[in-house]
Design a protein around this ligand. Structure first.
Ligand SMILES: Nc1ncnc2c1ncn2[C@@H]1O[C@H](COP(=O)(O)OP(=O)(O)O)[C@@H](O)[C@H]1O
Ligand SMILES: [Mg+2]
Length: 297
């Protein structure tokens, strides 16, 4: 059988169907209803998001995937309360979102640690701002730093850390505020491929140990399938929900699953949504860089 005829995605077993039924029965952590966002620009109105609705359940890890410019960052900024929608609403455990709040945490692609603070001080920052004593903020920070595997580096400064380590601190710092939902906007996008794979596994390990719901933005298909319970696939221009894809790949996930038929079938299904037949660019002619010469092979 060729990989193009893989069974799997539509061919879900009763166990997988039951798993998603259980997921749907869990409380709704995040509810997005009719979200539309228009930007006025000198070139006219841009509709970044058009009537986007979906739900994320407690302790679910949902990835949002879509082409560049489809409104992923706009969506996550609205969910975080950093931007107001043109219409529609967002609720976290039933409470309407009207601005930033400690119930929601955020990790961005860019390194956002305070460069003048050590790892421990960066992680302590949120708890201290929330009024905790230096003693308890430090104790809590140590636990989060331990969870992301950086105990040996608690006194290091951001410039002494690799990109992957900085993002682990950023995750610890976000978790230290004890949010109920964590938003991650392409957090591993700037890392090399190998570090990125390791970070995906770290994130799943962390998520397993923390009572948190995660919405993870990416444009990388393998990353989305590897991490997610379900994947929200967005169309571009305007950003609309195309489909919510259930990922049947069992947990715990491991890199070995990248070649499992179920993984590949899910990947192929989403690839087919994002790149429907006939949507590709016309073949560009190959540039002739040298005059052809029958002696040169
Ligand atoms: N502040 C803004 N002003 C005007 N247009 C914006 C602004 N932010 C985003 N956009 C536009 O909205 C669309 C979605 O952008 P964005 O959310 O950054 O997409 P993505 O993160 O999926 O690449 C794009 O067309 C972008 O140019
Ligand atoms: Mg973006």
């Amino acid at each position: 059988m060729s990989t193009l005829e893989l069974p799997g995605y539509r061919d879900q077993s009763p166990e997988v169907a039951a798993r998603f039924e259980r997921l749907r029965q869990r409380p709704v952590a995040l509810e997005v209803r009719g979200l539309t966002k228009r930007f006025e620009t000198p070139r006219g109105v841009v509709t970044a998001l058009d009537d986007v609705s979906f739900q994320v359940h407690k302790r679910e890890l949902m990835c949002v995937i879509g082409p560049s410019g489809c409104g992923k960052s706009t969506l996550v900024r609205i969910l975080a309360g950093l931007e107001t929608p043109s219409s529609g609403e967002v609720r976290v455990y039933g409470e309407p979102v009207s601005g930033p709040g400690s119930d929601r945490g955020m990790v961005f692609q860019g390194y956002t640690l305070f460069p003048w603070l050590s790892v421990k001080e960066n992680v302590m920052f949120g708890p201290r701002m929330a009024g905790k004593s230096a003693f308890s903020a430090e104790r809590e920070a140590r636990e989060w730093i331990d969870l992301v595997g950086l105990s040996k580096f608690e006194n290091a400064y951001p410039h002494q850390l690799s990109g992957g380590m900085k993002q682990r601190v950023a995750i610890a710092r976000a978790l230290a505020n004890q949010p109920r939902v964590l938003f991650m906007d392409e957090p591993f996008g700037a890392l090399d491929a190998q570090t990125r794979c390791k970070m995906q596994s770290y994130l799943l390990d962390i998520w397993k140990n923390v009572d948190i719901t995660i919405v993870f933005i990416t444009h990388d298909l393998d990353e989305a399938v590897f991490l997610s319970d379900r994947i929200l696939v967005l169309d571009a221009n305007p950003g609309r929900v195309h489909e919510v894809v259930e990922v049947p790949v069992p947990r715990p996930r491991s890199e070995a699953q990248l070649f499992d038929p179920t993984f590949m079938a899910t990947r192929k299904h989403i690839d087919g949504i994002m790149h429907p037949p006939g949507s590709g660019q016309k073949e560009t002619p190959v540039m002739r860089l040298a005059v052809s010469d029958p002696d040169v092979v």
